[in-house]
Design a protein around this ligand. Structure first.
Ligand code: SAM
Length: 220
């Protein structure tokens, strides 16, 4: 799976993608991540038109903030399409008003597509014509408004990558399929805090697997 991220802040992704499971998946070439900065896709000015390096402008009809211009993003996607040719792809615009992203949807995407294009917005969002021209799908990661689409892109890539075969190690995938409980403990057995003892539930120390599984089930 190749993730193509359109963003004006590609450096934001560096540390997250370097570490842990995602870092390993990239090293092992199970996933690839590519960045495209809309600033590199600004159309050339027509003759007589002043040179401009803008990727955002004021909203038509008024309103607060600036809007990301459509053309640099559409041109970035055209560039990606020319590279991947006829391979199967999906274009997603990150937006708080989009369809809510779920684990179930991640599983479908991981199975179905070779390329995912994720468009990260900034400012007040993206000119609505990007969605129309590209027939893209708007995706939200939750009912809140973030400053930009970079965190949502990382979240979506993380969720999908976990679902790709070979990404999780043997132990990690066993963990994934096991009944997990919101209550988990590790050593030591007793923690003392302000004269009070906080103990690990006895059942978890019993070694009785059936009873432990039942205890976990009750807590999910
Ligand atoms: N009023 C704008 C709107 O409703 O779209 C808010 C834009 S927000 C400040 C800037 C960018 O952050 C958006 O274009 C989008 O890419 C991203 N974003 C913010 N919250 C998001 C969420 N919950 N899910 C996905 N993307 C989000």
């Amino acid at each position: 799976m190749t993730f193509h991220i359109i963003t004006i802040f590609p450096e934001m992704f560096d540390s997250y993608f370097k570490e842990s499971i995602l870092g390993r998946a990239i090293k092992q070439k199970i996933i690839k991540i590519k960045f495209y900065n809309p600033r590199d896709f600004i159309p050339r000015p027509h003759s007589g038109q002043a040179k401009h390096k803008q990727i955002d402008d004021k909203p038509y009809g008024g309103g607060p903030g600036m809007v990301m211009m459509a053309e640099p993003i559409i041109r970035a996607v055209a560039h990606i399409k020319s590279r991947i040719k006829n391979q199967d792809s999906r274009i997603m615009i990150l937006s708080p008003n989009g369809k809510k992203f779920t684990n179930k949807y991640a599983i479908t995407l991981a199975k179905k597509h070779q390329h995912l294009v994720l468009i990260s917005g900034r400012y007040e969002g993206i000119d609505a014509r990007v969605k129309k021209v590209l027939r893209a799908q708007e995706i939200s990661i939750g009912d809140y408004v973030l400053t930009g689409g970079e965190l949502p892109a990382m979240v979506i890539i993380d969720i999908i990558t976990r679902q790709i075969k070979g990404v999780l190690g043997k132990n990690e995938s066993v963990e994934e399929n096991r009944i997990s409980s919101p209550e988990i403990y590790t050593r030591p057995e007793i923690i003392k805090y302000k004269n009070k003892n906080y103990k690990v539930p006895k059942i978890l120390l019993s070694g009785h697997h059936k009873n432990i599984e039942n205890w976990k089930k009750k807590r999910t």
